[in-house]
Design a binder for this molecule. Structure first.
Ligand code: PXL
Length: 285
């Protein structure tokens, strides 16, 4: 395939709140990657608003996949995220099976801050491990990592041994690479941790603590991580790129005092994604 790499992004599109495809399309485009949106649902605003209009697009997914197969379309990466129904797990599995050469990334979107999202049923959450099983890379936040492992959401901080054990257990579900975001770290506030099963290497990138959790942070992190990996970044450099940009955009947003539901004010900073090359704040975990 020539030209920009192409990613099929199986996520919702929400009008208000800067999450999912509203973040993924501009972020990956700014990194020189073409996004092919495969919307799982259309929402007037993300679920954090409490009230929203939602149209489930489950019946759109299979004919869309068949269309792409008829065209002989190639994808460098298939990336799944927010799903509307447990049946959509089957459609994602079919997407992953249909493009065996593509990098398979599963962001097991299910919840945040210890709670699952309003539209996520227990069945949808329990089936998310089927996607993790076929993924090359998974990017849960701490809440989603706990759900995948059947653990309680940890109160307070986890020590290094516990974090390493969670990473290894998640990799045993299937993926070669596991990255957990929003991990509280006693010394430093918040950090992102990663594990590369093939190399048995553990990584950490530390960020400053900001007392608000903005919607779409995980979507921004995962899409920059993917953009980095597709351009040849090592795992720690891709983690660093994703954390550094997301952190800076979060801090800038915090300075304006907007509501968390409004998401990260990333638009004026997109241009920075092109020039971020001095990345060395990652360490071994
Ligand atoms: O960023 C995760 C996400 C994606 N899509 C929708 C959401 C959320 C989190 O609240 O509601 C619709």
């Amino acid at each position: 395939m020539t030209g920009p790499k192409r990613v099929a992004a199986i996520h919702d599109i929400s009008g208000l709140g800067r999450c999912s495809l509203s973040v993924i399309i501009p972020v990956l485009s700014a990194m020189g990657v073409q996004v092919c949106p495969v919307p799982t649902a259309v929402l007037s605003a993300h679920t954090g608003y409490g009230e929203f209009v939602m149209r489930d697009l489950t019946d759109y997914l299979s004919p869309t996949l068949e269309h792409y197969k008829r065209l002989g379309t190639e994808f460098s990466c298939i990336y799944s995220g927010f799903l509307a129904t447990s049946e959509q797990i089957d459609h994602c599995l079919e997407f992953f099976r249909s493009f065996p050469k593509a990098l398979k990334v599963v962001d097991p979107v299910m919840g945040d801050n210890g709670k699952s999202y309003q539209t996520y049923t227990p069945e949808l959450c329990s089936r998310m491990s089927e996607l993790a099983a076929v993924a090359d890379i998974i990017t849960p936040n701490l809440t989603e990592a706990a759900i995948l492992l059947g653990e309680d959401y940890p109160e307070g901080t986890l020590d290094v041994a516990a974090i390493r054990s969670w990473l290894v257990r998640l990799s045993q579900l299937g993926p070669e690479i596991v990255v957990i975001t929003s991990v509280p770290s006693s010394a430093h506030g918040i950090c992102t941790v990663g594990y590369d099963k093939r190399r048995s290497s553990f990584w950490k990138v530390v960020g400053d603590y900001v007392p608000i959790s903005y919607s779409g942070s995980g979507d921004m992190f995962a899409s920059i991580l993917i953009g980095g990996i597709l351009q040849g970044d090592s795992l720690p450099i891709a983690m660093d790129r994703a954390s550094t940009f997301t952190q800076a955009a979060i801090k800038k947003t915090y300075s304006y005092g907007t509501d968390w539901t409004d998401g990260i004010m990333f638009e004026p900073q997109l241009y920075r994604l092109k020039g971020m090359n001095e990345l060395s704040s990652y360490t071994s975990l």
